[in-house]
Design a protein around this ligand. Structure first.
Ligand SMILES: Cc1cc2nc3c(=O)[nH]c(=O)nc-3n(C[C@H](O)[C@H](O)[C@H](O)COP(=O)(O)OP(=O)(O)OC[C@H]3O[C@@H](n4cnc5c(N)ncnc54)[C@H](O)[C@@H]3O)c2cc1C
Ligand code: FES
Length: 287
């Protein structure tokens, strides 16, 4: 039976910095001990709108980076997020000032699996979906893996690829739909060549559902493992409301509607029924 990440805590997290970077806000929060238990792929759920708000649902954000080891004794750990302001909640969060506090629950969800032996990994991100990939890249690199990264977005301003992040990868490819940066086209268009050139053995991905589905088709063609961070819309983030379900085939072959907030967001892409078009597929357990 799946359950909420046992390491999750609820805290008042203080904003340490908030910088606009292209279309995004890079925000750093002081998070007490939460950083020590965060793994690449985990996310946090944040209350938005202030004390008397009508925005009752928390908003989910992938952890871009968690730092605790290098800090002096007695200091708080730090969690960094990359926020794309668009609706009321994300816009409220992105406008928080230094020293303000937000209510944060985390770390939540599953994390990316790290191979025991060095492998040749291809990391694929779409839009703000690049956020959890840089921490993953650092971890894979520290385990002796070759790490190639490809990031795609509609236009140049929506690519999030900070300099320090680029240092942790062996190669970086950018694609934009309008050709304003890197190769013109979708991120998935670049994959076959990159897989062949770099002899990739595993794909890690994060981004819109359609992108993840296209990547799974390519992973199937090349017979590669594919760990996908499935960012389905979430209302509670802690396994209570069933908003975030996707059909997932279990090891027993049975398809069940599974909660991406606790069974994911990181899932084995080959087990997700990508073409369900948000309907419950026939034969699903309990349907
Ligand atoms: C695991 C995960 C990681 C994410 N990481 C990032 C990230 O790193 N950076 C980033 O910018 N964004 C990220 N997002 C997306 C982010 O959560 C949304 O953009 C954010 O919730 C938007 O809130 P809003 O109020 O600005 O937008 P709005 O569109 O106004 O509100 C969206 C909110 O409505 C609620 N909702 C949506 N669908 C339903 C439904 N069917 N039933 C009930 N309630 C619903 C949810 O609470 C949702 O958060 C992530 C999402 C997930 C699930
Ligand atoms: S978001 Fe509520 S169960 Fe997943």
């Amino acid at each position: 039976m799946s359950s909420i990440n046992p390491r999750a805590v609820q805290i008042e997290a203080e904003v340490v910095s908030n910088k606009k970077v292209g279309a995004y806000h890079h925000m750093v929060f002081s998070v007490e001990g939460m950083a020590a238990s965060a793994r690449p792929g985990n996310f946090v759920a944040i209350s938005v709108g202030g004390e008397s708000t009508g925005l009752v649902l928390r908003r989910a954000f992938a952890i871009y980076r968690a730092t605790d080891k290098s800090l002096p004794a007695g200091s708080n750990g730090l969690i960094e997020l990359v926020i794309a302001p668009h609706g009321q909640g994300s816009t409220w969060l992105a406008s928080r000032q230094v020293h303000e506090k937000v209510n944060m629950v985390g770390p939540l969800g599953t994390s990316f699996g790290i191979p025991t032996e060095p492998v040749r990994a291809l990391l694929v991100g779409g839009g703000y979906g690049s956020a959890p990939l840089f921490g993953l890249a650092e971890l894979l690199k520290s385990r002796g893996c070759r790490v190639d990264m490809v990031l795609g977005a509609s236009s140049a301003g929506k690519i999030y690829a900070p300099l320090e992040g680029k240092r942790s990868v062996s190669s970086m490819t950018i694609t934009t739909d309008d050709g304003s940066a890197g190769l013109q086209g979708r991120v998935s268009d670049a994959l076959p060549q990159l897989i062949e050139e770099n002899e990739s053995e595993i794909i890690y991905s994060c981004g819109p559902m359609a992108m993840l589905q296209a990547i799974q088709a390519i992973a199937d063609k090349y017979n590669l493992l594919h760990q996908a961070s499935v960012e389905e819309s979430m209302a509670c983030g802690i396994g209570v409301c069933m908003t975030c379900v996707v059909p997932l085939r279990g090891s027993d072959g049975v398809v069940r509607m599974s909660r991406t907030c606790i069974d994911g967001p990181v899932m084995d892409g080959s087990n997700v029924i990508w073409d369900s078009q948000r309907r419950i597929p026939e034969g699903t357990w309990g349907a």
